[in-house]
Write a protein that binds this ligand. Structure first.
Ligand code: TEU
Ligand code: CA
Length: 545
């Protein structure tokens, strides 16, 4: 079975994010593990259209960690946490993925370590420890004030006083996540070696955690007040992150990471970056494309620096894509996701009228039709929604919102059974409604899972979808986001998404065209002479006959 081959495999691949604690438990501790992922690889891609057909997996952290931030507080970058298995199991996972032509990405957490990482334990031991400057230590200001006004992402000041040496250390997230000092060459070398450790084991690439924060203003200057911030807005929006995020020196650091990846064949990196489309575009590298291979555009989830979820409205979707396409350097391709382990699931963000599932089906068609690299979030393909977590079972320390991020991190549902096919014991987080499960949906041609399978396997057959240019259909009626994908020598494919709750008539150009995949399966195979009435909230992909 041909692997998705070539140096630029990631341009046509469909990625799937696995939150390892919640995918499959195999040793009855209620926590997902690496063996569980191995056991479910055929569900993800066994080379047949009975499988989901994804081409690459991004695995959220599986490294040793006190789990204060569930693995994003790493205490050893070059091993596996016993909750997930061991390094031999990881090697087997890599081999089993590659045997199926699936690529495997690990999470790379460069901005901070755990405070239990030996590097930090040494660094905090004394002011003249050789690793002191591996982290960011400062004295209080003469007036006793904190070194600067920076806020931690999870709230509160970004500085923690350390009694042992009487200085403050910087933590952009939890106090248990001290920031590394990427202006120290020793840190850069050590963190490059972390990449080589896993690349030598066959890992295909990395999702790079808050990569935009690793280089701070050299003097750690205060961040300016955010003129748009108003009382009641989230604390962390009070200041513009001018000196603590996307600081100009970060792009050179990114080029350094790229050079390590380029010293291995067919490896890549996708960055978790926040900012305007222009700022995101810069991570690809200026012109030379010597930066990140991909940088996430989260604007289908939340627009830049807004707390509100992006509305499911055609005009907004078209604008987001127009900006993304316009702000990327030549050869750069967008990278979209509808959700992840930090954000409420798509269905739950768009279910105010109980029609979130219909919107989610249409969003799948949009995501898999757009020019760019799509990332699916586990459970999305079976229509999993956020799960209400009883107070006593809340786990996520980062209480940004009252309920934290647990609702979007609940166990994958393989069956409707009591243990959902996930575990034989009480899971680390509760299950959601049984209706969203793989077993039932696999047999149901009208299910969300069947729609994802049809769309993903169609995408593999249509070069216009895999590698075609993007052209917005500006003549689309209000409420419809439509675009055409075309490639030389391949038939064009038009994607139309109706975000209105009324039908919308749309002209799909000179016929005849065939409905290739649709949220309303009954439409599939229909040959049209150009015009189509799109049902409310429906979406289609049509191809020239
Ligand atoms: O997230 C970065 C980040 O800023 C998000 O935390 C986000 O703003 C927050 O979750 C709001 O909901 C990355 C990881 O994805 C996240 O899971 C980690 O907690 C964080 O970095 C620290 O490593
Ligand atoms: Ca387990």
């Amino acid at each position: 079975m041909a692997r998705n081959t070539g140096d630029e495999w990631w341009r046509s691949a469909v990625f799937y994010q696995i939150y390892p604690r919640s995918f499959q438990d195999t040793n009855s501790d209620g926590i997902g593990d690496l063996q569980g992922i191995i056991d479910r690889l055929d569900y993800l891609n066994d080379g047949t259209e009975r499988s989901l057909g994804i081409d690459a997996i991004w695995l959220s952290p599986t490294f040793p960690s006190p789990m204060k931030d569930f693995g994003y507080d790493v205490s050893d970058y070059c091993d596996v946490h016993p909750d997930f298995g061991d390094i031999a199991t990881m090697d087997r996972l890599i081999a089993e993925c590659h045997r199926r032509g699936i690529r495997l990405l690990l999470d790379y957490v460069p901005n901070h370590t755990s405070d239990q990482h030996p590097w930090f334990i040494e660094s905090r031991s004394s002011r003249d420890n050789p690793r002191r400057d591996w982290y960011i230590w400062r004295d209080a200001k003469p007036d006793g004030e904190l070194p600067n006004n920076w806020r931690a992402v999870f709230g509160g000041p970004a500085w923690e006083a350390d009694a042992v040496t009487g200085q403050y250390y910087l933590h952009s997230f939890l106090i248990e996540q001290p920031d590394l000092n990427w202006r120290n060459p020793g840190v850069v070398t050590a963190m490059h070696d972390v990449l080589r450790f896993w690349l030598d084991r066959g890992i295909d690439g990395f999702r790079m955690d808050v990569i935009g924060m690793i280089m701070k203003h050299p003097e750690l200057a205060d961040n300016p007040p955010n003129p748009n911030w108003k009382a009641g807005d989230r604390d962390r929006g009070r200041l513009l992150q001018t000196n603590s995020r996307n600081y100009r020196d970060v792009f050179a650091a990114v080029r350094g990471l790229r050079a390590v990846l380029d010293s291995y064949p067919e490896r890549m990196a996708v960055g978790e970056v926040f900012g305007t489309s222009e700022e995101i575009g810069r991570y690809y590298g200026d012109g030379a494309l010597d930066g990140l291979h991909l940088a996430f555009n989260f604007q289908f989830i939340q627009e830049h620096d807004s707390d509100a979820s992006t509305p499911w409205e055609a005009a907004t979707l078209a604008r987001i894509v127009r900006n993304a396409e316009a702000s990327l350097p030549a050869g750069g391709q967008p990278c979209y996701a509808l959700a992840n382990h930090d954000r409420s699931r798509f269905i739950s963000r768009h279910d105010h009228d109980g029609r979130g599932r219909e919107r989610a089906a249409a969003a799948a068609i949009m995501l898999l039709g757009l020019r760019g690299t799509p990332f699916l979030y586990y459970g999305e393909e079976i229509g999993m929604a956020d799960v209400a977590i009883p107070a006593g079972r809340l786990k996520d320390p980062a209480r940004i919102r009252t309920v934290g991020r647990d609702p979007e991190r609940t166990p994958m549902q393989w069956t409707a059974g009591e243990g959902r096919g996930f575990s034989s014991v009480e899971p680390w987080l509760p299950y959601g409604p049984a209706v969203s499960n793989v077993a039932d949906q696999a047999q149901d041609h009208d299910s969300m899972l069947s729609l994802y399978r049809r769309a993903i396997w169609l995408r593999k057959r249509e070069r216009s979808l895999m590698a075609g240019a993007y052209r917005e259909v500006t003549a689309a009626p209000d409420g419809v986001f439509a675009f055409e994908r075309s490639a030389v020598g391949a038939r064009p494919v038009t994607v139309a998404v109706n975000t209105a709750t009324e039908p919308r008539a749309i002209s799909l150009g000179p016929g005849p065209v065939t409905v290739l995949v649709a949220t309303e399966r009954a439409l599939e195979g229909t040959v049209l002479n150009g015009d189509l009435v799109l049902p409310p909230l429906a979406a289609v992909m049509v191809g020239g006959s």
